[in-house]
Design a protein around this ligand. Structure first.
Ligand code: DI6
Ligand code: FE
Length: 401
């Protein structure tokens, strides 16, 4: 059979769910045609391929290209000043009361042009790419007006024109109350449901819709209104839920067949059961837990017992997780949350793809999926989770190139 490119001499962690563990093929080959994988198998299978180009991996490991499934990587400014204030003893509430917090990033994002937003996001995106990321989710949510949310989503989509990368955009207009609506959250939710959502859907700028369900953000009832509007427009939903308190957001998300519920530090047993029944992915964000010095961990044992799929992600954002490393995120998932190596690796590949609704084309190395690969200078997959601040990437392949 003809193929464009064939990788051989590789140890392959396919992450194929049909195989045990990481789905390892010890001496493997992978063949690609037209940007897609056409075969993954043992070395002997090479005989049936006539390849235009052969790459000998010299025993290196191949994993699926990594997927960062929850980021706010497009935004104006940064909040290093607030970080200094916090180190000096200020609390989040003090900073917010002084006009800082999300509101300061909203000001900086509104002041930035679409070009500015692309230019400031690219170095952060490049840091992820340098570690083998081939798919990235980007949320809006620092514009909080129709024009500024659209500007953020357009800038996010443009990242995929600038780099060899799959970008999935998520409308997070219900992230915070904009200054124009302080004291009237319901009026802002009216604008989200009646104005922002329909316009974004009409322009095809979002692949999903997210919200922040929390006392400091929006109530379950307000989130349900946003989800209903999203569903009417045919857009899948996901939710920032149970990060700082338990409002039963995960169960609400599950009722709307959400792709994922994210954070989940305060998730309870009924919430986990509802997620399992709906096939809703739990996206854990240990970077925010670390940066905020939180002490309440997500109930990993409960998720395992209920059979909820677990993804992990950077949550890259200027306020609570200025993190641009999925390798370090895996280390944090293992060290802070007690995830296994297998859970960490599945969490940035197969389960992250599921959290984005792109399992049909990404997340595992199987025939029919995009040829998105990360090739590593490692002896064992555990090295990817074990090291802190070391990057063993040898090569990255996106859609076969
Ligand atoms: N949860 C978070 O931790 C971030 N957003 C969210 O919904 C905070 C974002 C920020 O502080 O800028
Ligand atoms: Fe987030």
């Amino acid at each position: 059979m003809h193929c464009d490119k064939l990788w051989r001499g590789a140890r392959i962690a396919t992450l194929d769910h049909a195989l045990p563990g990481l789905g390892i093929i010890e001496d493997g080959i992978l063949a690609a045609r037209d940007g897609a994988i056409i075969h993954v198998g043992p070395a002997a299978d090479a005989l049936s391929f006539d390849a235009r180009e052969i790459v000998d991996c010299g025993g290196r490991w191949i994993t699926p290209g990594l997927i960062d499934c929850h980021t706010h990587i497009v935004h104006g400014g940064n909040r290093s000043h607030e970080f200094e204030l916090r180190l000096g003893g200020a609390t989040y509430a003090d900073i917010a009361a002084a006009g800082g917090g999300i509101a300061s990033t909203v000001r900086a994002t509104r002041a930035a042009s679409e070009d500015d937003l692309v230019a400031s996001a690219l170095p952060r995106v490049d840091a992820l790419i340098a570690e083998g990321v081939t798919s990235l989710e980007v949320k809006s949510g620092y514009g909080l007006s129709l024009t500024d949310e659209i500007k953020m989503l357009r800038a996010s989509r443009r990242l995929a024109e600038q780099r060899a990368l799959t970008v999935r955009t998520t409308l997070l207009a219900a992230h915070a109350v904009p200054p124009e609506y302080v004291g009237d959250k319901d009026a802002y939710i009216d604008v989200v449901c009646g104005g922002i959502l329909p316009a974004v859907a009409e322009q095809g700028l979002a692949d999903a819709v997210d919200a922040f369900c929390e006392g400091i953000a929006f109530s379950p009832h307000q989130v349900a209104r946003v989800f209903t509007a999203a569903q009417d427009l045919g857009l899948p939903v996901k939710l920032h839920a149970e990060q700082l308190s338990n409002l039963s957001g995960a169960a609400l998300a599950a009722r709307f067949n959400a792709l994922s519920a994210d954070h989940l530090e305060y998730l309870d047993e009924p919430g986990a059961a509802a997620m399992a029944a709906a096939g809703c992915v739990a996206t854990l964000l240990p970077g925010a837990f670390y940066f905020l010095r939180e002490t309440r961990k997500p109930p990993v044992d409960l998720l395992r017992a209920a059979g909820v799929p677990i993804a992990i992600s950077t949550d890259c954002n200027p306020g609570t997780s200025p993190l641009t490393s999925l390798l370090l995120t895996m280390n944090m998932g293992a060290t802070l949350y007690g995830l296994t190596v297998e859970e960490c690796l599945a969490g940035v590949t197969r389960e992250a793809a599921r959290a984005l609704g792109i399992s049909d084309r990404a997340g595992t190395l199987e025939a029919g999926k995009n040829c998105d690969l990360a090739i590593w200078n490692i002896e064992r997959p555990a090295e990817l989770v074990y090291a802190m601040g070391f990057n063993p990437l040898h090569a990255r392949v996106w859609k076969g190139r």
